[in-house]
Design a protein around this ligand. Sequence first.
Ligand code: NAD
Ligand code: DAU
Length: 343
Amino acid sequence: MTVIVTGGAGFIGSNFIFYMLNNHPDDRVICLDKLTYAGNLSTLKPVMNHPNFRFVKLDICDRAGVYHLFEEEKPDVVVNFAAESHVDRSIENPEIFLQTNIIGTAVLMDACRKYGIQRYHQVSTDEVYGDLPLDRPDLFFTEDTPIHTSSPYSSSKAAADLLVLAYHRTYGLPVTISRCSNTYGPSHFPTKLIPLMIANALNDKPLPVYGKGLNIRDWLYVEDHCKAIDLIIRNGRAGEVFNVGGHNGKRNIDIVKLICKELGKPESLITYVENRKGHDLRYAIDPTNIHNELGWLPETKFEDGIRKTIRWYLEHRAWWEEIISGEYQNYYEKMYGNRAVMS
Ligand code: NAD
Ligand code: DAU
């Protein structure tokens, strides 16, 4: 099977590529990535010379480029991770979120219609359901929870989801959607909560907690997220939406205190800062559907996952220090600037 993975130089996409190449040695994996600020080619270094892997620098909104790649590769499956993914950036500048997350999704699906596909999979988010109150721990998002978004980011993801379902109903495109909760693990870009706090703590810098740090996120280790997507593209019914999460709700402040403890850093580094505009209070996924239909359950306990993650950041200091310094953005030019497309 030939699989195009868009956004594969980002956090979850790169982990998914490693997962696929490790677990499905007969599959060919093509990574399509624009290498925005969030895409880092050095993350993919371990597989760059793998015989079943190819990297292509391309914008999912570039219709001609995407069609050309489909003509060349004739993919069986497309998994779309490519997105602007940071809520705070969407609050500052929504436009690029609409372009990449909505128009880019449409371009990819048009290519799937034109050249034929076994499966188009849209990697979506639990944020399309909005938030839950803090004082109702009995409430969870199911696939039937109404779409009710808060930020430009989540609105763009919800718009894309609706488009994906419309392409299924109108054109019969064989699509699936996963809506996953907050994912954490190796190569998570250090503007997001967990890697930012690890990097800042290691540099003895302030740990900026929004509001009082009482907002709750439902954390899932990245390998479990990848496994869920792999099961969905192989065994999930076309047209279906799958919620993915692990009943692992934690308050932000407790995560930050845990990171301080694990790194032996003082809690006095914690600095409460102005709240995020429209800050969602609590996310919590009910994963019953994916469990019943595909047998998926999260396998990594949070205590183990967070330790593995912290260890990865300790062992890959150069990776995140380059990002913080902006140096990584020169990596592509330095390594591949003279070649349009890489195999
Ligand atoms: P990320 O920001 O780390 O990576 C995004 C990748 O997409 C980068 O490599 C970037 O270069 C690429 N990209 C951006 N715009 C592009 C474009 N126009 N064309 C081609 N490539 C482009 O994101 P992530 O955290 O790995 O998230 C991946 C997907 O999973 C996103 O769709 C996100 O909405 C979804 N998601 C993320 C989480 C999470 O907790 N991180 C949870 C649920 C769902
Ligand atoms: O739920 C899935 C979503 O999780 C994905 O769709 C998004 O792509 C992903 O970025 C993530 O969104 P969040 O907004 O939940 O993640 P973030 O890491 O930005 O923030 C997590 C929580 O921590 C949130 O309540 C805001 C808070 N926070 C974040 C940062 C960056 C802080 O308190 N301080 C910070 O500096």
